[in-house]
Design a protein around this ligand. Structure first.
Ligand SMILES: Cc1ncc(COP(=O)(O)O)c(C=O)c1O
Length: 415
């Protein structure tokens, strides 16, 4: 099926990604692992190189031209990210290293300050370890109870169970907006409204949604949203914590040191205003500027178009993979209910073997538990193979994957 609609010029997009032009093991690279980390377009690489070549100096410190230029570019990046997710102001945007660090910040600074023994945190069975382990450590340390919203057989959150699990002791509700394994898209607004009515705050893990679809924090009314720059065309080492201002102001800092203070004396220390209160030390400002360029790139395509492109590819991939005998696909069948991530197994082939055999054909997929071991326990498997798509993915690459699986079956003499 190549009668796909073009939501933007995918060929032109691909030309912006030098890495995609290469051959791997003698075959054109078919990169199907963007859910782990995306590739980077030239404007992002160039924006970062420009800082290093022309405007590099530490931010927030110097009163000379280079430092002022770097600080202005850093501040502009924060403003771009605030606009991208519909945040009311730049003060709502805290830069972190990645989504994992943003979630740890919340577990340390918010939860350790405001949760008491016997309080409850409600999460889901499909969380990435990043939104699982920090709460587990907290629960052990503070006798806080973790409860898990189960999944329906199709891999959606069981909202009836959510209603039953939400109590007057629930202080935090947290869930992945889009699952990095099942692809499940959870509609955040109704869950957030119910959680707020019960007196809980809500943390949304936007790691797999912010790169792939329009996300507006004010429309969903979440209290916090976290995501990583490297999954959305940006560099590694930069992530974002969005928070409502009153909550950020009420929280104590997470890491302490330079930049996050307004005054330090021998017997007194006062914190800087938000968001700098949460940004101790020299920030990854070149990376933040790179992420700003990534946001410009995505905004120029339009996030509705990005989502439409991926939903179409996902529909095609579900159809194409289900034609391959022995393939079992996990997660919702309806492509409108899932992001561009497909976890699957092939009868009698270990996912790692499959990934190695596909690599011989230049096809890069992920194999393993994808940092979601509890979910795999629920699915009753140790590992799955996972193909994931982005703005540069073409239908021909999905054909290559389906043909690659057939090759792997033949190589292992599996019919
Ligand atoms: C749903 C989800 N949450 C959190 C993370 C953690 O992201 P990072 O490793 O960039 O902190 C990932 C990364 O795969 C993810 O898919």
């Amino acid at each position: 099926m190549h009668t796909q609609r073009e939501f933007f010029d995918v060929h032109a997009v691909r030309r912006d990604f030098p890495i995609l032009q290469q051959r791997v093991n003698g075959k054109p690279l078919v990169f199907l692992d963007s859910a782990a980390s995306s590739q980077k377009p030239l404007p992002v690489l160039e924006a970062m190189e420009r800082v290093y070549r022309e405007a590099y100096a530490n931010v927030h410190r110097g009163v000379y031209a280079l430092s002022e230029a770097a600080t202005a570019a850093y501040d502009e990046a924060r403003a771009k990210i605030a606009r991208f997710i519909g945040a009311p102001a730049v003060e709502n945007i805290v830069f972190t290293r990645n989504a994992t660090e943003a979630l740890n910040l919340l577990a340390y600074a918010y939860a350790r300050a405001f949760l008491r023994e016997g309080d409850e945190i409600l999460l889901t069975e499909l969380e990435h370890h990043a939104n699982f382990v920090p709460w587990m450590v907290l629960a052990r340390e503070r006798n806080v109870t973790l409860k898990f919203i189960p999944l329906t057989p199709e891999g959606l959150l069981d909202l009836d169970a959510f209603e039953r699990l939400l109590t007057e002791r629930t202080r935090i509700v947290t869930f992945a907006h889009v699952s990095n394994v099942l692809g499940t898209i959870t509609d955040p607004a109704p869950i957030i409204a119910r959680a707020h009515a019960a007196g809980a705050i809500v943390i949304v893990d936007g790691s797999q949604s912010v790169p792939h679809m329009p996300v507006n924090v004010q429309a969903m009314d979440c209290d916090f949203l976290v995501f990583s720059g490297h999954k959305m065309l940006g560099p590694t080492g930069i992530g974002v914590l969005y928070g409502k201002r009153a909550l950020l102001e009420a929280m104590p800092p997470f890491l302490t040191g330079g930049d996050m203070i307004s005054y330090v004396g021998f017997d007194d220390v006062r914190w800087n205003d938000v968001p700098l209160k949460f940004e101790a030390g020299t920030p990854a400002f070149v990376e933040a500027i790179g992420l700003g360029a990534a946001v410009d790139y995505l905004s120029a395509l339009g996030m509705d178009a990005v989502r439409a492109h991926e939903a179409q590819l996902t529909a095609y991939a579900l159809e194409r993979l289900s034609e391959v005998s022995g393939v079992r696909i996990y997660g919702p069948q309806d492509p409108q209910r899932r992001g561009g991530v497909i976890a699957f197994t092939v009868n009698r082939i270990h996912p790692h073997d499959l990934a190695s055999l596909l690599d011989q054909h230049g096809i890069a997929i992920r194999a393993g538990h994808h940092c979601a071991q509890p979910l795999h326990q629920r699915l009753g498997v140790n590992a799955t193979a996972r193909a994931s798509f982005y703005i540069y993915t073409e239908p021909s690459e999905i054909d290559a994957l389906a043909e690659g699986i057939e090759h792997a079956k033949r190589a292992l003499r599996i019919s």
